[in-house]
Design a protein around this ligand. Structure first.
Ligand code: G3P
Length: 220
């Protein structure tokens, strides 16, 4: 499973990239607004830092507007993936972009049939929003499992499942178990995945015990 970082914060991206396990970045209008910076400025900086796919979302909701904005965003850098809401004109635009060779991430997916339509339209990625379903007492991860089963039934569907709206480490584990292609993870969750109290306790004991070894490692 690929790991994307769900953020527009440059410091977070730098830190995650330094770990060597970062495969890409997803942004959305809310995440960009949180930075207080201009969209294009932030986007260009992210694309310089990350060689993998970087999702940048359109804000138009009509076909003409989505096409105009998507083509514009796609020119910012070669690794841009145009993020499009799962609405009627969004699906139409997805097909046009597929034919033009522009990669797409169809977002705000809340049902398996929406995901099937996005795949048929030629989306590169589909983004089911897990946490937001959990928030309203639906099983978010069941959606991922259903999409996986449907996509696996039809070899011609090449869309990758990008699990979004991840809130905690269990979402990441369950996305991997369900066979998701990508999990886009907020930085605090990324950090939690690395850490385990038994790792820290075990390390402290090893270091303490090693103090008794005469001459230490032997490095002068
Ligand atoms: O990028 C989309 C997404 O992951 C949203 O997450 O926490 O706002 O539901 P959240």
């Amino acid at each position: 499973m690929k790991f994307f970082l769900d953020t527009a914060d440059i410091a977070e991206i730098r830190e995650a990239a330094a770990l060597g396990v970062l495969d890409g970045v997803t942004t959305n209008p809310s995440l960009v607004a949180k930075t207080g910076r201009g969209f294009l400025e932030v986007l260009a900086e992210i694309c310089e830092l990350v060689s993998g796919p970087v999702s940048a979302e359109v804000v138009a909701t009509d076909l003409e507007g989505i096409l105009r904005e998507g083509r514009f965003l796609a020119k910012v850098a070669s690794n841009i993936v145009v993020k499009i809401p799962l609405i009627t004109d969004g699906l139409k635009a997805t097909r046009v972009f597929r034919d033009e060779g522009i990669k797409t991430n169809v977002t705000l997916c809340f049902s398996p049939l929406q995901a099937l339509l996005a795949a048929k339209a030629g989306a590169t990625y589909i983004s089911p929003f897990i946490g937001r379903l959990d928030d309203i007492s639906h099983q978010g991860m069941a959606l991922v499992e259903e999409i996986r089963a449907i996509y696996d039934n039809y070899a011609e569907l090449e869309t990758q499942i990008l699990v979004a709206s991840i809130r905690h480490p269990l979402h990441v584990r369950d996305a991997a178990l369900a066979g998701a292609d990508v999990a886009t993870v907020p930085f605090p969750v990324f950090d939690k995945i690395i850490k385990h109290p038994l790792t820290d306790i075990g390390l402290a004991k090893f270091l303490k015990d090693f103090e008794k070894v005469p001459g230490g490692l032997g490095i002068s």
